[in-house]
Write a protein that binds this ligand. Structure first.
Ligand SMILES: [Zn+2]
Length: 206
């Protein structure tokens, strides 16, 4: 058996794994690397998302690898990358507020200009203060939106009323979820089973 190339192995280890608390509620998203460490230390077990069976590290490495593209191989073993792990002890639900950061704002607005609706790459978008800072507008979830280069130039230091621009939707603080820091492409389909709200969101956006 060929070992996984180190670059490929690192890429697999940095992928996202959903963490469930002891009551099977999603509480966190971690890397495959950290998830495997938790399982190795017996702080968590790996969940098979189809059968919902759980496995210790020793049990998991005995399992057949269904998808070779999602397996880490050494000359002696092949480990399927875990998509979901179940914590052994933690049973609370974390209660966080979504921190106001540039990255989270891009995720909230889905890389989309909130004036013209165009989806852009990061370098064609900037953070616009709906009520300009020069008029006392705050840097907050409720007053900041993404704007493309064109709309940003059009709006400049003016208010919505002065420019005749309209927002696609009112800017609000997003509700915290374990997936807040992830782009949809980083989320696994198998997680939908543990996260009804995610499923609803992807169903409504398609
Ligand atoms: Zn625009």
């Amino acid at each position: 058996m060929r070992a996984t190339h180190p670059t490929r192995r690192n890429e697999l280890l940095e992928r996202a794994t959903l963490v469930l608390n002891r009551s099977w509620r999603p509480v966190h998203v971690t890397t495959v690397r950290r998830a495997l460490c938790m399982v190795f230390r017996e702080a968590a077990r790996i969940v098979c998302p189809e059968s919902l069976s759980t496995f210790t590290f020793e049990e998991w490495i005995e399992q057949p690898v269904p998808d070779p593209a999602r397996a880490i191989r050494s000359p002696s073993i092949a480990i399927a990358v875990p998509e979901v792990v179940l914590l052994a002890r933690y049973d609370r639900i974390p209660c966080h507020e979504a921190p106001f950061t540039r990255r989270n704002l891009f995720l909230r607005d889905d890389y989309t200009c909130q004036y013209c609706g165009r989806r852009c790459t990061t370098d064609h978008l900037s953070v616009d203060h709906v009520l300009p800072r020069s008029r006392g507008g705050s840097t907050s979830w409720e007053n900041c939106v993404l704007a493309c280069v064109g709309c940003n130039a059009r709006k400049a230091d003016r208010t919505l009323k002065e420019t005749g621009l309209h927002l696609l939707r009112p800017p609000v603080r997003p509700r915290w979820t374990p997936y807040l820091n992830l782009r949809p492409s980083q989320q696994m389909d198998s997680w939908a089973r543990f996260a009804p709200e995610q499923k609803r969101r992807s169903a409504s956006s398609s």
